[in-house]
Design a protein around this ligand. Structure first.
Ligand SMILES: CC(C)(COP(=O)(O)OP(=O)(O)OC[C@H]1O[C@@H](n2cnc3c(N)ncnc32)[C@H](O)[C@@H]1OP(=O)(O)O)[C@@H](O)C(=O)NCCC(=O)NCCS
Length: 192
């Protein structure tokens, strides 16, 4: 089940900028747990590229300040107690990332193209339509297929991802041998 307050947005945005470190840390952790070494992206570098966009699916959770307090050193604890006569039940917001998608959009060429570079859903949130939502959001934002075609490369072994892309309308164009590394081929898929 997805949380009621699930949101999908482009990141970075003003309202989420103060959570940047945590958001990037969560995404990079998912990258490391999901993909082989040669496919792991450095998220800060990817979002710094002008043509790239990162979409995140997230919800806001409130965690008890008390948990944080317990993890602090004695000195820090003393300081907090004396400073605030702190209300230890005070809540603070935490952003929880459930999935992300990175795409590049090149609109100025004769043949505008949106390329899906990465899609990943947290293992506990899969099969709830989130992958589809992120793809459909990308397609809508970049006016595929009206003004632009979309394409992606997917490992021929990633059958779940291939099914998802087909469900959204992508068609297999051709096989690219050894695309990822020797012995690991990709399908080039297109939506136009
Ligand atoms: C592939 C992935 C992105 C799918 O995300 P998801 O949110 O679970 O997918 P959705 O719930 O939107 O699924 C939509 C459709 O895709 C197909 N699909 C997705 N996961 C599937 C699975 N495990 N088995 C069979 N079909 C699957 C189904 O047709 C599904 O529709 P249905 O649930 O109505 O049957 C997710 O499993 C994932 O992050 N995998 C690891 C990383 C990866 O492979 N990324 C893609 C390559 S870069």
């Amino acid at each position: 089940m997805l949380p009621e307050n699930l949101q999908i947005t482009v990141f970075p945005t003003k309202s989420l900028i103060k959570y940047q470190e945590s958001i990037i840390h969560q995404i990079e952790t998912m990258e490391r747990k999901t993909f082989p070494k040669n496919e792991i992206m450095t998220i800060k570098e990817e979002i710094a590229k002008k043509t790239n966009t990162l979409l995140i699916a997230y919800y806001v959770s409130t965690e008890n300040e008390k948990q944080n307090f317990e993890n602090k050193s004695n000195k820090e604890k003393k300081k907090e107690i004396s400073e605030a006569k702190n209300d230890l039940s005070k809540k603070h917001k935490v952003i929880k990332i459930l999935g992300y998608l990175i795409y590049s959009h090149i609109s100025l060429s004769i043949s505008p193209v949106t390329r899906i570079l990465k899609l990943c859903i947290h293992p506990l949130s899969r099969r709830n339509g989130l992958g589809r939502m992120l793809l459909e959001c990308t397609i809508k934002k970049t006016s595929v297929p009206q003004k632009c075609r979309a394409e992606l490369y997917v490992d021929t072994e990633r059958l779940n991802a291939i099914k998802l892309y087909q469900k959204v309308g992508f068609k297999i164009k051709n096989k690219v041998k050894d695309y990822y590394e020797t012995g690991r081929d990709a399908w080039l898929m297109e939506l136009s």
